[in-house]
Design a protein around this ligand. Structure first.
Ligand SMILES: *Cc1c(COP(=O)(O)O)cnc(C)c1O
Length: 366
């Protein structure tokens, strides 16, 4: 028998979620963000499944971009952190990667290189997140130098990234937008007609006033809401990843006895406890608290005791018949990963993205 811990990846849910992005931003082209192995879902399988419904892919590094190219993906791939050396620029040029420029050192590297083909350059402006992007006079300097470089195609895109688009109506996003408008104004007429890219998932779903030429949805494609609270459009997203396993033992635990390492869960009554073949070695968060919801045979139960490397325990006292081999859902298909994440002091983004290779993925296309 093979280990029952597995991920089901629903490829049709991906296209459903992308359709929501298109509906929210009808005049924008869609860049599907596939960094970190498509947020843990498998970059190549995801890229192949959504290729006809998106306009471009985005990743963090040249390795991630080459991974897609070497698998036969032909669309332009945007390098969100740009290139870190002249030789990476060569690779980008030879493989039709579009490249973000977020500091003057990267602009300088472009000027120093003799590229076979000019590349598409995306100028990133820091509008307040203070992570990546040009600020102040450097924006104009980078803009002029990129426009002047023979290594740059004539299709510069101006981009920025929002720090708190997951907070609806929060003034910081509005501030960032005016800072972006100011930066563009500072470029004067030369910026007329240039394309822009701003929106991540939070902005696509929650800030419809912000429209741009290229949206960059990530987490929403995977059917996970970027919001901590209920949101009327996000609730139509379909989860792509379903993390499942099976019951491998069932026992009674008398009132007063404890379960698991450190005896952190104590039975308040005579209880029935199921042991499930999944643990932190399979990406389930070890710091999930007692009471974290788990679906056993489709019914909500509570995590009981510490998560081990390969197993966890669930209080199934209130479920009629639980047997070895019964199906357990840890998240996805009926249990929101964000809810599970909240019991482990993190967010759905982290739980899906850090899934280890140990857990096999089964891709469902029907
Ligand atoms: C990761 C990332 C995105 C996607 O963000 P989500 O919140 O997952 O939609 C968009 N743009 C940039 C620059 C990113 O790094």
């Amino acid at each position: 028998m093979s280990r029952p811990a597995k991920m089901l990846i629903d490829l049709k849910a991906l296209t459903h979620n992308i359709a929501i992005a298109h509906k929210q931003s009808p005049n924008s082209r869609v860049i599907a963000v596939l960094k970190a192995n498509a947020y843990g879902h498998g970059a190549i399988e995801v890229a192949n499944a959504i290729d006809p419904s998106v306009d471009m892919f985005a990743v963090s590094s040249i390795e991630e971009a080459l991974h897609l190219r070497n698998a036969g993906i032909e669309k332009t791939v945007l390098l969100l952190e740009g290139c870190f050396s002249g030789s990476e620029l060569d690779v980008a040029s030879n493989n039709d990667f579009a490249v973000v420029f977020h500091n003057l050192e990267q602009v300088e590297a472009l000027e120093q290189q003799a590229l076979g083909q000019p590349i598409s350059c995306w100028l990133k402006i820091d509008t307040g997140m203070h992570r990546l992007g040009l600020q102040g006079d450097d924006i104009t300097a980078a803009f002029e130098r990129l426009q002047a470089s023979a290594n740059s195609k004539n299709d510069l895109v101006l981009m920025t990234h929002l720090a708190s688009s997951d907070l609806i109506a929060q003034p910081f996003t509005t501030q960032q937008m005016s800072s972006f408008a100011q930066a563009i104004a500072q470029l004067g007429e030369r910026a007329n007609g240039l394309q822009t890219s701003i929106c991540n998932s939070g902005a696509v779903l929650g800030w419809q006033d912000i429209q741009c030429d290229w949206i960059r949805p990530g987490i929403m494609i995977y059917g996970v809401s970027p919001f901590a609270h209920e949101h009327k459009i996000a609730k139509d997203l379909k989860p792509v990843m379903c993390l499942q396993s099976e019951v491998i033992a069932v026992r009674t635990v008398p009132a007063g006895d404890c379960v698991g390492y450190g005896n952190t869960w104590q039975a308040q009554r005579d209880s029935k406890v199921a042991t499930v073949a999944i643990g932190y070695g399979d990406g389930y968060p070890r710091n999930a608290k007692n009471g974290t919801p788990v679906l056993v045979n489709g019914k909500r139960c509570k995590l009981a005791g510490r998560v081990s490397m390969d197993m966890l325990s669930v209080d199934v006292t209130e479920i009629d018949s639980v047997n070895i081999g019964d199906k357990v859902v840890l998240w996805g298909c009926g249990l929101d990963v964000n809810e599970v994440a909240s019991y482990a002091d993190t967010i759905g983004y982290e739980l899906v993205t850090r899934m280890p290779l140990r857990v096999p993925k089964t891709y469902l296309s029907k």
